[in-house]
Design a protein around this ligand. Structure first.
Ligand SMILES: [Zn+2]
Ligand SMILES: [Zn+2]
Length: 457
């Protein structure tokens, strides 16, 4: 008797995130199913859609595809958003795929979730509970998202989701945002892991170490390589205790107002900074945009401005949020720690700044750094007002040596480096494939085909 077995060959494609930090998109498919891991937006600081200018509001998908800033081929986009360009609409229709398809999000950073609103809204979107809370909080507090609103489905730790013959699990990692996960995809012929973004210094790297242990021996590892992009990393690593120590020294040493810039999506750190300010007799005042988001994410004791404060991007505030006036801060500046709006540099001059005494403690809030368009003007205002900058940031990404140790520990059959400018700097003992757009990989890294995708380089 003749028996024929059909081997399922799982295929992996990198649709975004090659030789850039951000814009990650990974597609894993079998003849029966597809999963998309992240659908991020590359930063638009360069290229055809750079600031100022950028894609037109409400027409972002068409503009981004025309500028080759998003993959064009896989027939994944929302047809309603392509109506104004018949050619793009026709190509998306032609590429439609009947296989069950689902999207999994590693974490709620824009370079991973920024383009999700362009996907066909019929595709289910899965994310960790904390990531789901954050996406909903962003939506509910009026954060502009290009494309359609998201309706994420929360996945518990340890829960597996079946998509055709693929099984997907989100596994927590340490990053600088709550709910960050790596993704394990188990297929009939093997397994592939995508790290998302991770590090081994936040909270001692507890989650990331457990993740590394859990995925040991995976067939194919798709890993972030952010910190291998630099000979001299632009940002150091600090423990949360070290960050708090730096801020505490300023809260004690500066008699008047202290300014701070923290990243509001890092809700855990935000909650600790609010408490730290309280222990130093100060109230931490956030711009209304940040305050609304923090409160919606469940952070307590959030304070923002009274409604008369002029903000260029003010948001309605929930009833439980404390309010202060600029006059109250001016009357007792030593009782406050203020987070200025990084996009609103001229508003710094509203505050009771004392030249040569007031400091700005920068801990990964906006403006993020010299690579951001609003950095320079913010620095000009700091200089004009005589405000010194105190660095208190910590990268969310694994340092180079931690990353190399991680990959060696996991010992995958093959590793595919993305989300970094120098993937070739990931020098490891196992087979490594430097990904190229269009290449289709088997789980052992063999290239079995080439499908045209268009992505800005
Ligand atoms: Zn990232
Ligand atoms: Zn990230």
């Amino acid at each position: 008797m003749n028996t024929t077995t059909t081997a399922t060959e799982t295929r992996v494609q990198i649709l975004g995130g090659i030789e850039v930090i951000g814009g990650s998109v990974v597609l894993v498919s079998t003849p029966n199913a597809r999963v998309i891991l992240d659908f991020g937006m590359r930063d638009l600081n360069t290229g055809l859609l750079q600031t100022p200018g950028g894609p037109r509001r409400g027409h972002e998908l068409v503009d981004l595809l025309r500028a080759a800033e998003l993959p064009v081929s896989p027939g994944l986009y929302d047809p309603a958003q392509l109506a104004s360009d018949p050619q793009l609409a026709a190509s998306t229709r032609a590429n439609r795929d009947a296989r069950p398809t689902a999207v999994f999000l590693s974490h709620a950073h824009i370079d991973h979730e920024g383009a999700l609103g362009f996907l066909d809204p019929s595709l289910p979107l899965y994310a960790s509970e904390e990531t789901t809370v954050m996406l909903n909080a962003l939506r509910d507090t009026g954060e502009y998202r290009p494309g359609h609103p998201l309706a994420p489905i929360a996945v518990d730790t340890g829960e597996t989701i079946r998509v055709g013959d693929l099984t997907v699990e989100l596994i927590p990692v340490d990053h600088d945002i709550p709910g960050a996960c790596g993704v394990l995809v188990t297929a009939p012929d093997g397994s592939v892991v995508y790290t998302g973004d991770l590090n081994f210094h936040r909270d001692g790297g507890m989650r990331s170490h457990a993740f590394a242990e859990r995925i040991r021996g995976v067939d194919l590892l798709v890993t972030e390589t952010t910190m291998l992009s630099f000979d001299h990393p632009p940002i150091t690593t600090r423990s949360e205790a070290e960050i708090e120590e730096i801020l505490a020294a300023e809260l004690t040493g500066v008699p008047g107002l202290v300014l701070m810039s923290a990243y509001p999506r890092d809700a855990e750190r935000a909650q600790r900074l609010i408490a730290l300010a309280r222990t130093h007799g100060r109230e931490l005042v956030w711009p209304s945009r940040d305050a609304a988001l923090l409160a919606a994410m469940g952070v307590s004791d959030v304070t923002s401005w009274a409604s008369e404060r002029a903000e260029s991007d003010s948001r309605p505030l929930a009833a439980g949020i404390n309010r202060v006036t600029v006059a109250a801060v001016a009357a007792e500046p030593g009782h406050y720690l203020v987070q200025p709006d990084g996009h609103d540099a001229p508003a710094l001059a509203d505050l009771p700044i004392v030249s040569g005494s007031t400091v700005w403690v920068h801990s990964q809030g906006e403006p993020l750094g010299p690579f951001m368009p609003d950095w320079e003007v913010f620095q000009l205002w700091l200089q004009k007002l005589g405000i010194a900058v105190i660095e208190a940031g910590s990268t969310g990404h694994a340092l180079g040596h931690d990353l190399l140790a991680f990959v060696e520990h996991v010992a995958p059959g093959c590793v595919l480096p993305i989300h970094g400018k120098r993937p070739e700097a990931l020098t490891v003992s196992m087979p490594r494939v430097l990904p190229r757009y269009g290449d289709v990989y088997l789980l052992d890294g063999t290239v079995v085909g080439h499908e045209l995708v268009s992505v800005a380089s």
